[in-house]
Design a protein around this ligand. Structure first.
Ligand code: UGA
Length: 432
């Protein structure tokens, strides 16, 4: 049975979930206080870069299953409203919940008591309980539930349709409402887990934190492999074959980034500290990741010793997205620019406006050839598929010195070597 659903916030989480809920049969209103975004969305402009999302969105606009608005009055008929606004880090590393509270208050003022408010924004454990009290103190009796999102940028549409699980936190009635919303997915075999709100919030934070810990671990193993003459790719394969460990999230690289892992790990550590609970493992993973940017810069400086022109391939925090928030690539490039290197950047979709990069001494190029002109080394920072097929024979002709530094283990290194490149790969046995 279809429901009327509202989504507050047309950022990454709200837009993807709103569009996909329309796709599985619901009537959706997406609301954002930024009127310019809403105007674009109404015109069918998908405002974020996400695989297949624009197609799904335009299909649902045409069918009349999704509308966009800046006016809370337009949510009047909603059975459920999902809060999908940002929860940025505050100055202590905690999550700033101001936008969530503002959205809840607006919803409470405009919508009947029967409307269920579901928190999709990532909020610290016990937040839903506190939000419930916050509304009660203001005289409202709407129920609040939790339904964290587990979508990855770049594959969010697929993750929505074929996710590992759907988690709902709340009382039995709220859990059943959320289950009904996702029924088409549950029927396809997606696991559904109903829990209390605090456990639901904890599942979200610990999932991202566990993955971040896994990454910091594999990155440290990568450095050790390099030192000892072992091979990280084979090590990751050997580790991942153990089902208890699993083969995913074992690709070493320049460190984790994006709008989620750095923020959520810090927030969970902050909560543990407030409650006097040790978070040694998590803190070590955070420190290890922060140290990684400098470590990568030092490796690059050891190979390309004097400041000169270098080529950065990729600035997105990972492939498949135009998102540069907390991008390890940018952190490393910033350090290199400060050291005096001049950086020629090419990324297939991200960082087209140099003003947004926050780095001096850069030039944005529209292809690999242009980014390689007079360069003293190619550095692969994001694992775009395009970078696995570089024509080194051609590219080498434009360069001052033929060097390749692969921080993502995606390059065809044999081809690069055959074309006369000195090759450095993180965690690989062979040295330059
Ligand atoms: C992450 C989680 O994977 C999602 O489940 C979650 O919903 C989302 O955060 C969120 O909280 O909103 P996302 O930030 O899109 O998703 O990116 P990931 O694919 O998880 O990658 C995070 C970082 O880890 C990237 O910098 C990526 O390059 C790095 N990574 C990932 C590696 O270095 N190696 C790997 O093997 C995997």
């Amino acid at each position: 049975m279809y429901m009327q659903l509202g989504f507050i916030g047309t950022g990454y989480v709200g837009l993807v979930t709103g569009v996909m809920c329309a796709h599985i049969g619901h009537q959706v209103v997406c609301l954002d206080k930024d009127g310019r975004k809403i105007e674009k969305l109404k015109m069918g402009d998908c405002i974020i870069y996400e695989n297949n999302l624009a197609e799904y969105m335009n299909q649902q606009i045409t069918k009349g299953n999704i509308v966009f608005s800046s006016d809370y009055q337009d949510l009047q008929a909603c059975d459920v409203v999902f809060i999908c606004v940002g929860t940025p880090s505050d100055e202590n590393g905690g999550a700033d919940l101001g936008f969530v509270k503002e959205a809840l208050l607006q919803c409470a003022q405009h919508l009947p008591d029967s409307c269920l408010f579901v928190i999709k924004s990532t909020v610290p454990p016990t937040s839903c309980q506190n939000f419930q009290k916050f509304l009660q103190d203001k005289g409202f009796s709407h129920k609040i539930a939790s339904n964290p999102e587990f979508l990855r940028e770049g594959s969010a549409v697929d993750d929505f349709l074929n996710g590992a699980r759907i988690v709902a936190g709340g009382d039995l009635h709220s859990i059943n409402i959320i289950r009904n919303i996702y029924n088409p997915l549950i029927d396809r075999g997606v696991e559904f887990l109903g829990v209390d709100t605090t456990t639901s919030e904890m599942i979200k934070y610990s999932s991202n934190s566990f993955l971040a810990i896994k990454l910091s671990f594999i990155n440290e193993m990568c450095d050790l492999c390099e030192e000892l003459g072992a091979d990280i790719s084979l090590l990751a394969k050997g580790l991942g074959l153990d089902k208890r460990i699993g083969s995913l999230f074992l690709n070493p690289g320049p460190g984790y980034g994006g709008s989620c892992f750095p923020k959520d790990t810090k927030a969970l550590s902050h909560i543990a500290k407030i409650h006097n609970i040790a978070s040694h493992v998590l803190d070590a993973a955070i420190d290890s990741n922060l140290a990684r940017y400098k470590l990568m810069r030092n490796k690059i400086r050891n190979i390309i010793k004097t400041p000169c022109i270098i080529t950065a391939l990729g600035v997105a925090f990972k492939a498949g997205t135009d998102d540069i928030r907390e991008s390890p690539a940018l952190k490393i490039l910033q350090l290199l620019a400060d050291d005096g290197y001049f950086i020629q950047i090419y990324d297939p979709v991200a960082g087209k406006d140099p003003a947004n990069l926050g780095i001096s001494r850069v030039k944005i190029c529209d292809n690999i050839e242009n980014a390689s002109k007079d360069s003293n080394g190619l550095i692969i920072l994001t694992e775009w598929q395009e970078f696995s097929g570089i024509e080194y024979e051609e590219i080498g002709k434009f360069m001052s010195q033929k060097r390749l530094i692969d921080l993502r283990l995606i390059a065809d290194h044999s081809r690069a070597k055959n074309a006369g490149f000195d090759v450095y790969r993180v965690g690989a046995k062979e040295k330059l």
